[in-house]
Design a protein around this ligand. Structure first.
Ligand SMILES: CC/C=C\CCC/C=C/C(=O)SCCNC(=O)CCNC(=O)[C@H](O)C(C)(C)COP(=O)(O)OP(=O)(O)OC[C@H]1O[C@@H](n2cnc3c(N)ncnc32)[C@H](O)[C@@H]1OP(=O)(O)O
Length: 301
């Protein structure tokens, strides 16, 4: 049994040094997992909770950044560290990405990280988004998004970076609503959307910043399967086990062959992409839109 927590790059590394993957540190049992069976455990109160079943090599990564798992600097660093550690762990074969807070998978980028910040700050923040994405999209592991709630913008980005998406039925939304905040999704995010739902649908969805209810998302191919919210984790584990019947090497090489061009393109254009983000996000009119969007979120109550 291996259990560990991550809370920002530095803390993570320190923690892993003390309790490496494969150690016998046992904390609290996950209440929802079919993998539990005495072998899986979980932890609390950090921004990413990771449990790994040693027998199957399946790790579950739960975002735990209340109230809505918005992607702030700390969560981005934790996710990246976690993905990279699992990547290096030879006994790990698959990763299920989910939320520790059912009903919200991830609210996207933390809007406060983009509001009234210096261009340098915003640029460094964007690089953390890029690096997190590179580690997930480029992973050799089977990656499965267990979308147990809303998944707008950056939440959709995380989901699209995975190999397969299982979403909760019900009144939950997913999509790339960036234009609603006067933001423009970067080329690598747009490309993942095109790859998932096709050019025409992606073009329309991106232009109007569409957020789709889960049943429409299934119809479009933005998610692959819909299940009742209480079954999302179990079905994700079953699906992963099916994927693991395929030999790892052939599957991973095939995955890399299809993803390498986009990964390489971002690596090549990283600085240009950061510059675009800095310039766009700090523009006065965009700052005003972000402020209005924040006000709208607050006024919802
Ligand atoms: C040039 C390139 C440019 C851009 C590319 C960028 C790619 C990605 C961009 C993004 O991700 S931008 C973020 C977009 N996200 C959203 O639009 C989602 C906004 N949130 C919601 O719609 C809802 O919060 C919800 C996720 C549906 C959950 O609803 P719920 O009713 O459960 O919670 P509530 O709305 O009450 O929120 C609680 C609390 O959290 C604050 N909040 C919500 N989302 C964010 C966020 N993304 N960042 C920061 N803070 C967020 C919200 O204001 C509430 O705060 P309060 O309790 O203090 O009022």
């Amino acid at each position: 049994m291996a259990t560990f927590i991550a809370s920002g790059g530095r803390v993570w590394r320190k923690f892993v040094k003390t309790f490496p993957l494969g150690s016998n540190l046992s904390l609290k049992r996950s209440p929802t997992s079919a993998l539990a069976n005495g072998r899986l455990s979980s932890t609390s109160s950090e921004n990413v909770l990771v449990s790994k079943d040693e027998k199957s090599g399946i790790a579950t990564v739960r975002m735990n950044n209340p109230p809505v798992n918005s992607l702030n600097t700390a969560l981005l660093l934790s996710l990246r560290s976690c993905f990279e550690e699992l990547e290096k762990d030879k006994s790990c074969r698959a990763l299920i990405l989910t939320s520790n807070k059912p009903k919200v998978f991830c609210a996207g980028l933390d809007i406060l990280e983009l509001y009234q910040k210096s261009p340098d700050y915003v640029g460094q923040f964007w690089e953390k988004v890029q690096d997190m994405w590179l580690s997930l999209y480029g992973s050799r592991l089977v990656t499965m998004a267990a979308i147990n709630g809303h998944s707008p913008a950056g939440g959709c980005l995380l989901s699209l970076a995975c190999d397969y998406r299982i979403m909760a039925e019900g009144n939950f939304v997913i999509g790339l609503n960036e234009t609603q905040l006067d933001l423009v999704a970067p080329f690598w995010l747009r490309q993942m959307m095109v790859d998932a739902i096709g050019y025409r649908q992606a073009e329309m969805a991106l232009m109007v910043g569409a957020l789709y209810p889960s049943n429409k998302a299934l119809q479009l191919g933005l998610v692959d399967k819909l299940v009742p919210i209480e079954d999302v984790q179990t079905v994700a584990e079953e699906e992963v086990k099916n994927w693991l019947k395929i030999p790892d090497q052939a599957r991973a090489i095939t995955k890399m062959a299809s993803r390498k061009p986009l990964l390489d393109e971002l690596r090549k254009r990283k600085q240009e992409d950061i510059q675009t983000f800095r310039d766009e996000t700090t523009r006065e009119s965009v700052q005003l839109s972000i402020q209005q969007y924040l006000d709208k979120l607050k006024a919802k109550k």
